[in-house]
Ligand binder design. Structure first.
Ligand code: NDP
Length: 455
């Protein structure tokens, strides 16, 4: 029986890696984790957490605007201090980095700082030092993808958005996915003039069609200049004093901007890890190919999170990590069911969604009943804003089960998280109907929709 330095060696200190290392160590396993940058990965450092903080910051602009309708007289026009927000964010993220470090330390995980490379199925090298382990887990996440357009060197990705200097007065966002829509909304709220270009006829591919249209309309009303069916041909930097950027579209039109953000998807972080040396196979997307237990083509090497799966969400990486730990050090019974994973897009207004789009539900279940509602929330009765809320339920007619639930409106993420539990439990429309609403809320609309849409 070979002896190893560790039972588990984790490469990558993001959400999935830290969770796996901590939980494995708590079972008594000898665990090491290697990370070359700050602990916490994309989510903590340049993703979910700072994004949500900036989304809150943007929300104040709306609140100031609405306050007058409620009788508040602000002494002077509110001023936004970008440098202060950045400093506050950096302080909070540093605090979280520290919490991650102490979680690992308290669990007894050996933290190895540096770039880790696989040498063989049981050996990792970090800064010239070799470590052996019975099992290896790759949890290195993903990185932004920028297409190969002319002038690519002038654009930034989401990684750079939190520390831009100076604040971009004119921001051009390319892409129509989560990140593009969120940053367009946030910087619009913070006071930038935002143009968003997307190559398709609708934003947010994969979301329910009604949600896609409703959100684009609301973002437009809020001030984002959303332009659809637009492809970028090139980006050039002006030689004049302003140093501004000119974006030329495929059909010739030009747009000036201070910052151009490409939010055109993310790719798995597989480069420079020695995956080939260890014999780890990648799939057609360049991600580590894994089986239902997150085991790669090499039996001792596992992978979780964005480096391996299709569902690029922090809670999914966490859940996958728990499955791996249970597989290696527990009862081996835990599984992750990818159906009915709720998600939110932190645009203004938010999107919250769980389950199937109407289109996908029709394809999967056949006959479905669709209920939807669009209204002005009570908050806007006095706020002076014209923002509206949209809600939709998709019900499988054969079983009466609610198989799709979608919302565009304030706090949609908070609302949908609760409904997701009911949906996982298989709640039917009859159960929704028999649930007493909380009045007055927007969420109560989900339990008071009585008439299906015709057709
Ligand atoms: P997405 O896959 O959501 O969106 C990518 C966008 O870029 C799509 O609109 C896509 O268009 C477009 N695109 C792709 N390639 C090109 C190209 N060559 N030229 C022009 N446009 C292009 O990726 P994101 O980068 O926004 O986010 C990555 C993932 O991170 C998300 O899928 C999500 O899972 C996760 N995430 C989750 C968040 C949350 O939970 N709130 C927040 C942020 C990210 P098309 O529609 O045609 O494919």
């Amino acid at each position: 029986m070979p002896t190893f330095d560790f039972d588990l060696f984790v490469i990558g200190g993001g959400s999935g890696g830290v969770r796996a290392a901590r939980m494995a160590a708590q079972t008594g396993a000898r665990v090491a984790l290697a990370e070359a940058a700050e602990l916490g990965g994309t989510c903590v450092n340049v993703g979910c957490i700072p994004k949500k903080l900036y989304s809150y910051a943007a929300g104040y602009a709306e609140s100031f605007e609405e306050a007058a309708g409620y009788g508040w007289k602000l002494p002077e026009a509110p001023q936004f201090d970008w440098a202060h927000l950045k400093a506050q964010r950096a302080k909070e993220i540093a605090r979280l980095n520290g919490i991650y470090a102490s979680l690992l330390k308290n669990a007894g995980v050996t933290l190895v700082t540096g770039w880790a490379q696989l040498v063989d199925p049981h050996t990792v090298e970090v800064d010239g030092k070799r470590h052996t382990a019975r099992h290896l887990l790759v949890a290195t996440g993903g990185t932004p993808f920028v297409p190969d357009i002319q002038g690519r060197e002038h654009v930034v990705t989401s990684d750079a958005m939190f520390d831009l200097d100076p604040f971009p007065k004119r921001l051009l966002v390319v892409g129509g996915g989560y990140i593009a829509c969120e940053f367009a909304s946030i910087f619009n709220g913070l006071g930038a003039k935002v143009t968003q270009l997307h190559r398709r006829a609708h934003l947010l591919t994969g979301f329910d069609d009604d949600v896609r249209q409703f959100l684009a309309n609301e973002m437009g009303k809020a001030g984002v200049d959303v332009r659809l069916n637009c492809d970028v041909a090139s980006v050039t930097r002006g030689t004049g004093g302003t140093g501004g950027l000119t974006v030329t579209l495929a059909r010739g039109q030009q747009i000036e901007a201070d910052t151009v953000l490409f939010a055109t998807g993310r790719v798995p972080n597989t480069q420079g890890l020695g995956l080939e040396a260890a014999g780890v196979a990648l799939d057609e997307r360049g991600a580590i190919a894994v089986d239902a237990h997150y085991r790669s083509s090499v039996p001792s090497i596992y992978a979780v999170g964005d480096v391996s799966t299709r569902v690029q969400l922090t809670p999914v990486a966490l859940a996958e990590a728990m499955v791996v730990v249970d597989e290696l050090f527990g009862k081996g019974k835990r599984r992750l069911d990818y159906e009915f994973i709720p998600t939110a897009v932190f645009t203004h207004p938010n999107i919250g969604t769980c389950g199937y789009t109407e289109l996908d539900a029709r394809a999967k279940f056949g006959e479905v009943a669709v209920f939807s509602s669009e209204f002005k929330s009570l908050r806007h009765a006095l706020s002076g804003r014209s923002e509206r809320t949209f809600m939709k339920l998709v019900v499988d007619k054969a079983t009466d089960r609610v198989v799709g639930l979608h919302m565009v409106g304030a706090n949609a993420g908070e609302v949908v998280q609760g409904f997701a539990v009911a949906m996982r439990a298989g709640a039917t429309k009859a159960i929704f109907d028999s649930t007493v609403g909380i009045h007055p809320t927007a969420a109560e609309e989900f339990v008071t929709m009585r008439e299906p849409m015709p057709g």
